[in-house]
Design a protein around this ligand. Structure first.
Ligand SMILES: [Zn+2]
Length: 626
């Protein structure tokens, strides 16, 4: 297959592109010209990403030398083995944003990348040159195919938003090289870090070249048959312990697991493989039921950034990598498109408001890599313009030695509008997420206005509509046990209205957003006897800066009989304090019930935490009774 023959489908270009475009499934995605964010919760964050994070990322890619690696000598190469991928994720973020002001910079970076590509399509700054390890000599840790995956996803974004240009050519050449090298008669292995799989399927969807789909399927089917060497964390770390069709639950490194599962859904949908699709859906259900934090975050083991066993979800050791949140959205979105089940959109909402909104700083120039749910000691604010060596920073940092998360956030914010709504074969529109937005698909125009999630009222105004009847479907979140649509009660799940709409019609969805106590499954030992507070889709937390002098977050006990209430933007819960007594040995007799008079405890959204300087914090609050 030569590049000239690779037909790049223009179907999505005029629609502004979309990250995942399956050719089959229950729902069909919309393009970024069809759904646009308007001022509100998410548009603010998208704006910050485009106006501040882009410059910040490019500054650091240059400063850390990761951009300079394209064209550097072997001796001059800097950064970890996967640093090329951060450049590609930044290119993907620029492509989805489509801002003309960045066009020259986009081309300048692409030119640097293209100059390093070998005649046979190979492209990696860390392998293959004299003085470096040989190509594909370290599939367990080398990340070469992982880097191609992000390069190809950037190329896909460019093809769908702009059309065929140099980045697309580079991505196609790399993909052809991968197929030549890892095809049925080539190297019979996979990459230690999944990512090439969903990328190759998406390139198939862009070009129509079946070869890329076949290669993705080969990678998905090969993994799990011990094709990679065993490592200290075991083969489950990179999901090479058992075939994906046989697995019960997601396991191993959390980001790798959700990227692989995303690619498997893509392969299943394009090949009509319902067994594979159900295998992944089954693992998703088990993972949500037993291995997911209240925030929707995943990964509780620091040593290998991995899932723990079922119900191992300690809040003070919550790893919850931001990238795992991004990957979790990728997976749930693909399953939603395939099956239409609103549970997937429920999880996307949870991850968006409690992981994606939590990680970046308000000014877009710092971020959390890990997202703890219990901060025991106040962190130290890393100085501006310093590179933090460890991922587990106690406060948002400008950049890390491993900085996968910020470029992942950038590409997610740039393409966020694509996750709000879908259409289907019947010509209807489905709203999955609520934020101010305009939707223009065919003859249908909708303007959505809301203060969500602060308030649960969502106004949907019909701007244009066809002459015939069509169905508008709204997701009613699982937590919204009290909800009305135009005054009529609706239950969690889906609410559908089928009729002939006319311009000017307005529907009002009212979701009763008020604070509620949430209790954990008793098998999550780490938080047994605790409760958390949620309000709508938002998880709340207690921060030391909100407590009166003399009180600490670890002495607060929550009264589960007292209703939490809204007050001045905070949620107030009632409880008591139980002073801590230091002893020479912290085990022994049951503690005395030394409760004080009732105290009011103010909570704020978890995604707002650590924005007012160093603090201690907890999401789960012990109850004041046994
Ligand atoms: Zn990351």
């Amino acid at each position: 297959m030569t590049i000239e023959k690779a037909v790049v489908s223009g179907e999505w270009t005029g629609r502004g592109g979309t990250p995942a475009a399956p050719s089959a499934g229950r729902l069909r995605p919309l393009g970024l010209h069809e759904v646009t964010l308007r001022p509100g919760f998410w548009q603010r964050r998208q704006h910050t990403s485009r106006t501040a994070s882009f410059d910040h990322i490019e500054h650091w890619l240059e400063r850390a030398g990761w951009l300079g690696n394209f064209g550097a000598t072997v001796e001059g190469r800097r950064g970890r083995e996967f640093s090329d991928s951060e450049v590609y994720k930044y290119l993907e973020a620029l492509a989805w944003a489509g801002d003309p002001a960045y066009e020259d910079r986009f081309h300048a970076i692409v030119a640097r990348v293209a100059a390093v590509q070998q005649p046979d399509g190979y492209l990696n700054t860390n392998f293959g040159r004299p003085g470096q390890a040989a190509r594909y000599s370290d599939l367990e840790w080398g990340h070469e195919l992982y880097c191609y995956g992000h390069l190809i996803q950037a190329g896909v974004a460019r093809a769908r938003t702009h059309g065929h240009d140099e980045l697309v050519t580079v991505a196609v050449r790399a993909a052809d090289h991968v197929c030549d090298t890892f095809g049925p008669d080539g190297i019979g292995s996979v990459c230690g870090h999944a990512e090439i799989e969903p990328a190759l399927v998406e390139l198939y969807r862009v070009t129509g070249n079946r070869r890329y789909l076949d290669q993705a399927r080969l990678f998905v089917e090969r993994r799990g048959r011990q094709v990679l060497d065993d490592i200290e964390f075991g083969r489950a770390y990179f999901q090479d312990d058992m075939p994906i069709r046989e697995a019960r639950v997601l396991r191993g490194h959390a980001v790798r697991a959700v990227y692989l599962a995303s690619g498997a859904v893509d392969v299943a949908v394009e090949t009509g493989d319902t067994e594979l699709l159900e295998a992944v859906a089954r693992q998703w259900r088990a993972t949500v039921a037993r291995r997911t934090y209240l925030t929707g975050g995943i990964g509780s083991r620091h040593q290998d950034e991995a899932f723990g066993d079922d119900f191992v979800l300690p809040p003070d050791r919550a790893y919850q990598e931001t990238c795992a949140g991004v990957g979790s959205i990728m997976l749930a979105w693909r399953l939603l498109l395939a099956e239409g089940n609103p549970r997937y959109a429920d999880l996307i909402e949870r991850v968006l408001f409690n992981i994606i909104a939590t990680s970046p700083s308000d000014d877009g120039t710092r971020f959390f890599y890990t997202n703890t749910l219990h901060q025991r000691v106040p962190g130290i604010e890393p100085a501006a313009d310093t590179l933090v060596p460890r991922a587990a920073s106690s406060l948002r940092a400008p950049w890390y030695a491993v900085s996968c998360c910020m470029t992942n956030l950038a590409r997610t914010f740039s393409s966020l509008a694509a996750y709000l709504a879908t259409t289907d074969d019947d010509g209807g529109v489905q709203l999955h997420q609520y934020t101010p937005a305009s939707i223009r698909v065919g003859d249908i125009g909708l303007d959505i206005d809301t203060e969500y999630p602060a308030d649960g009222r969502v106004s949907i105004r019909v701007v244009s509509a066809p002459e015939t009847a069509w169905t508008l479907t709204l997701r009613i979140p699982h937590w919204a046990t009290e909800a009305t649509l135009d005054g009529v009660p609706v239950a969690p799940g889906l609410a559908a209205v089928r009729r002939r709409f006319t311009a000017g019609d307005t529907l009002v969805l009212d979701l009763a957003v008020r604070p509620r106590l949430t209790f954990p499954d008793g098998r999550i030992d780490a938080v047994r006897g605790n409760a958390a507070v949620e309000r709508g889709p938002v998880v709340y937390c207690l921060e030391s800066v909100d407590l009166p002098p003399g009180l600490t977050v670890d002495t607060v006990r929550l009264d589960p009989a007292a209703e939490p209430v809204d007050r001045d933007g905070a949620v107030i819960v009632t409880g008591h304090t139980q002073p801590a007594h230091d002893a020479s040995w912290p085990y022994g007799q049951p503690p005395a019930a030394a409760f004080t008079d009732p105290v009011e405890i103010p909570l704020h959204p978890y995604h707002r935490w650590a924005r007012r300087g160093p603090s201690t914090m907890r999401v789960w609050l012990p109850l004041d009774r046994k």
